[in-house]
Design a protein around this ligand. Structure first.
Ligand SMILES: CC(C)(COP(=O)(O)OP(=O)(O)OC[C@H]1O[C@@H](n2cnc3c(N)ncnc32)[C@H](O)[C@@H]1OP(=O)(O)O)[C@@H](O)C(=O)NCCC(=O)NCCS
Length: 174
């Protein structure tokens, strides 16, 4: 696995990444129940999302690229868990790897970079909501110390059926 990972770099996301990040996300919007968005985004519609993840602070965007081609292979974010101020010490994290780039360690690289970037922030907990089934995501989150805290049953409807969401929690050192 290591030799395949050496051609991948991880860096903060920037405005110039917007089109590629929108395309990557739209694949999962269109094809899967992994995200509960149901309508694809234009880049313009997705811009506020990108701008809400600056290069510092608790809400980050990390992007994995192919070192040679600079093609975006995946991204990970930390975002506000909920809006009310006492939730500010918690973040919700997500990770998306391009469909043809799975199982090469890229999700792992992205989360290593994300949690390393968050280490100095005033954060206490990270949460991930995983629409089931998603064995790859469950394994990735467990590898990073997330523990299952409960499952919302049939909490969303997409493609004409209901889906469960398993919530995972990670303690962040500070
Ligand atoms: C989930 C996802 C981010 C994993 O990224 P990845 O780059 O494939 O993961 P890695 O190669 O770093 O592997 C991490 C672990 O997941 C396992 N894994 C990855 N894909 C898997 C799959 N399809 N089935 C079973 N296990 C899988 C790996 O074997 C590895 O397990 P280990 O720690 O026990 O060795 C990626 O598959 C993806 O983007 N999926 C679609 C979007 C998504 O589900 N995002 C998460 C939303 S909650």
């Amino acid at each position: 696995m290591r030799s395949e990972r050496t051609d991948v770099q991880v860096r903060p996301g920037v405005a110039a990444d917007l089109d590629a990040l929108t395309d990557l996300y739209n694949h999962y919007v269109r094809e899967t129940p992994i995200t509960f968005d149901t309508d694809v985004f234009t880049s313009g519609q997705r811009r506020p999302w990108l701008l809400s993840h600056p290069e510092d602070g608790p809400h980050r965007l990390m992007v994995a690229t192919d070192t040679d081609s600079q093609v975006i292979l995946g991204y990970a974010t930390s975002s506000a868990f909920r809006a009310k101020p006492a939730y500010a010490t918690s973040v919700e994290v997500t990770v998306y790897v391009a469909p043809d780039a799975g199982r090469r360690g890229i999700g792992t690289l992205l989360y290593e970079a994300l949690f390393s970037a968050l280490a100095g922030e005033d954060l206490h907990r990270a949460y991930a909501g995983i629409a089931l089934p998603n064995e790859g995501s469950v394994r990735l989150h467990e590898r990073f110390g997330f523990r299952h805290v409960g499952t919302y049953r049939e909490v969303g409807r997409k493609f004409g059926r209901y889906w469960d969401v398993a919530w995972y929690e990670k303690e962040l050192p500070h």
